[in-house]
Design a protein around this ligand. Sequence first.
Ligand code: FMN
Length: 187
Amino acid sequence: MPHISILSASVRNGRNSHRVALFFKRFIEDRNMAEVDLIDLLDYDFPIFHERLNYLPSPSSQVIEFAQKIRSADGIIIVTPEYNGGYPASLKNVIDLLTDDWKRKPVAISTCSDGVFGGSQVITSLQFSLWKIKAWTVPVMFPVPNVQTSFDGEGIPNEPEVIGKRASAFMNELLWCIEARRSMDLK
Ligand SMILES: Cc1cc2nc3c(=O)[nH]c(=O)nc-3n(C[C@H](O)[C@H](O)[C@H](O)COP(=O)(O)O)c2cc1C
């Protein structure tokens, strides 16, 4: 079974996009789609980037553990809010921190906002940064508008059927890319 890590990018006080990370964790577990863990950037609370991990003389155990989680995941779901039309500094902080760990990693992106556009303006800048670091961005979207009302604090959607259909389509693409990568690695 593949291993998927969900990277929850928001570290804001009173954040709401984390609800979507909680939703995906449960969605994947309930359907036995993959082994899944949550990488919560709020828990890590990394200092602002000073240098890439490979060049840090004495990296913290947290940084090493984080890198190991990204490296060992077969695929990653990034759940990110939109801040001023882009993705948050907390996320750029950890994209830049690593190098080869992102390479050829299937990454599916879910964007969130408290407005009607679901944070979709994040996609171009985030995809570009991930492409630069050689991740494989999965060509699928999961924008979440009105995140503060469309999911409760535990990540339960208020329209489970609609959200479930969209989440299934999203997961199918990610799982297909994970399998494609695995079959190429076997050759
Ligand atoms: C600094 C900042 C900038 C924001 N910029 C946008 C924006 O450009 N577009 C938008 O739809 N929402 C914007 N929002 C609102 C977020 O969509 C909202 O906070 C949402 O709940 C997702 O982020 P969260 O996980 O921090 O709660 C912004 C919020 C903050 C704190």
